[in-house]
Design a protein around this ligand. Structure first.
Ligand code: HPA
Length: 263
């Protein structure tokens, strides 16, 4: 599948040559504070990318470097639950591909389904269940191989970096659901039976689009809460954002360690 043409990018963005793209999930927008920022552009300047309306998502693409490696970070993403189409949800991935990125890092906030996983820690996504009932490839006549979506090469590098940094990095299956309501306890039991370790409302469509464009993909879930019915408290978006912000430091360290030392 072809990525959108370079010509679709605004003039000032055409000069950007990031090696990797990172999509920042709820509460993780602060990652850009750890970048040496060269330039930024609002989503409103980018063809097909809707401005995101959910709290915790800024709607801006930031170009800069981390440990000497040029990156582009998407601060804020569009979701199906906002009423965005699969094409709108994944447009930012197309923009990153048009810039020539070779790999894409997808981050999100998620509820923990696996009882062995601890809230506040990160889970590296080994595979996903796309339960949104949707695909960015509808109508495209494109049959993408999904047998190895999340790069074994990069997963190995991130696991190694986590061990070296003393950071807990769980690994497991991410279930991507439509939202915006959180799950019922019955749905949580179903997701566990299906083999999911974490549940969230993003990432799967972007991963599909990135693979369709031939990009290498890694994904990480910040486990912001036990899934519904598994903890003592009610689920709350503000709490999800707060825990995401606290977890951001570990992810910044891992990203610096792996992307700053490619190979
Ligand atoms: N469910 C779905 N999405 C989420 C959750 C959850 O428990 N936590 C953060 N995003």
């Amino acid at each position: 599948m072809e990525s959108p043409a370079q010509e679709t990018l605004p003039d000032k963005v055409r000069a950007w040559k990031p090696k990797a793209g990172i999509v920042l999930g709820s509460g993780l927008g602060g990652f850009v504070d750890s970048m040496e920022v060269f330039a930024e552009v609002d989503y409103t300047q980018l063809q097909g990318v809707p401005a995101s309306g959910v709290t915790g998502h800024a709607g801006r693409l930031v170009y800069g470097s981390v440990g000497g490696v040029d990156l582009v970070a998407a601060q804020g993403r569009a979701h199906l639950y906002e009423g965005c189409s699969p094409g709108e949800v994944t447009a930012v991935v197309g923009v990153m591909a048009a810039m020539g990125t070779e790999l894409i890092v997808l981050t999100n906030a998620a509820g923990a389904l696996n009882e062995d996983f601890t809230t506040g820690n990160w889970m590296q996504i080994s595979d996903h269940l796309n339960l949104t009932g949707n695909s960015p490839l509808l109508g495209k006549g494109h049959f993408v191989d999904m047998s190895s979506v999340y790069s074994p090469r990069l997963r190995g590098q991130f696991s190694k970096a986590a061990r070296a940094e003393g950071i807990t990095l769980h690994e497991g299956v991410y279930a991507g659901v439509l939202g915006p309501q959180y799950e019922t306890p019955a749905e949580v039991r179903m997701l566990k039976l299906l083999g999911a370790d974490a549940v969230g409302m993003s990432t799967v469509l972007e991963a599909i689009q990135a693979r369709a464009l031939g990009l290498e993909v890694v994904g990480f879930s910040c486990l912001t809460n036990p899934a519904a019915g598994m903890g003592d408290s009610r689920l709350d978006h503000e709490e999800v954002l707060k825990v995401g912000e606290r977890g951001a430091g570990d992810m910044v360290k891992l990203l610096h360690s792996v992307l700053g030392n490619p190979g």
